[in-house]
Design a protein around this ligand. Structure first.
Ligand code: URA
Length: 235
């Protein structure tokens, strides 16, 4: 393709709102098929990027059948809930049974604990935004699979880009590892801050882990104090 044709193409896609494909080196390191799929999905998601509202993202998602989870018993898509201009956003793994039933993230036992954690730093479910990496319940709450993540996460990226939170709390190993593209246990990832899509990302233990393992509560409280401090800090 001649250089001016390339420029015309880029301009055309620019006007459509296509902001480009992932340049993440870890992303590039994946298999060719996964790369191709991820590029297609991210392009699809990016094409809509000009229409920057949560409603537009939800509408683009539609009655999503892009991945196999749509045919594996999910009742509904669990998009996200809360303040569309929240300074603080929580990202979990995927809906569980209660969330799938109600269409709202973190409403089961783990969700009730999350609500208490949120309130402990002077916030509320209404002041923050809560979402998951995956918007449909995996069968038997199994871990989401790579193709499901690749298909679904561009919609989370768009949610983050529209909300533009100051701080994102990644709840649990799955969310932290997926967002950060880092393969380390949550006990190693937590305890520090990461730059992420214009926000500061703070990984912490998943509330479901705390329900089984009260030992992690002290660390979660430390992480949440860090979050509170970051929110209090100027822009
Ligand atoms: N666990 C999650 O990761 N997300 C939910 O919405 C509920 C439980």
């Amino acid at each position: 393709m001649k250089p001016h044709t390339v420029t015309a193409h880029l301009n055309y896609f620019g006007e459509l709102g296509v902001t480009g494909l992932s340049k993440d080196p870890v992303w590039r390191g994946r298999g060719a098929q996964a790369r191709q799929k991820s590029a297609e999905v991210e392009t699809e998601a990016s094409v809509f990027a000009g229409t920057g509202s949560l409603e537009a993202i939800r509408s683009d998602l539609g009655e999503c059948t892009r991945c196999k989870l749509s045919g594996l018993g999910r009742q509904q898509i669990v998009f996200g809930v809360g303040n569309p201009s929240a300074e603080l956003m929580f990202v979990g793994e995927a809906p569980g049974r209660d969330e799938d039933k109600q269409g709202i993230p973190f409403v089961g036992r783990a969700g009730q604990l999350l609500t208490k954690i949120i309130e402990a730093i002077g916030q509320s479910r209404e002041s923050v935004y809560i979402a998951n990496v995956i918007k449909c319940r995996p069968p038997q709450n199994r871990n989401p699979e790579e193709d499901e993540v690749e298909t679904c996460e561009p919609f989370l990226f768009r949610q983050i880009d529209v909300i533009r939170p100051k701080v994102i709390v990644a709840l649990g190993a799955f969310a932290a590892k997926t967002l950060l593209r880092m393969d380390a246990p949550i006990s190693k990832l937590r305890g520090r801050e990461y730059e992420y899509r214009g926000a500061i990302l703070v990984p912490t233990f998943h509330p479901a882990y705390l329900l089984r393992n009260s030992k992690g509560k002290r660390e979660v409280w430390e992480d949440m104090k860090r979050v509170r401090g970051l929110l209090e800090r100027g822009p």
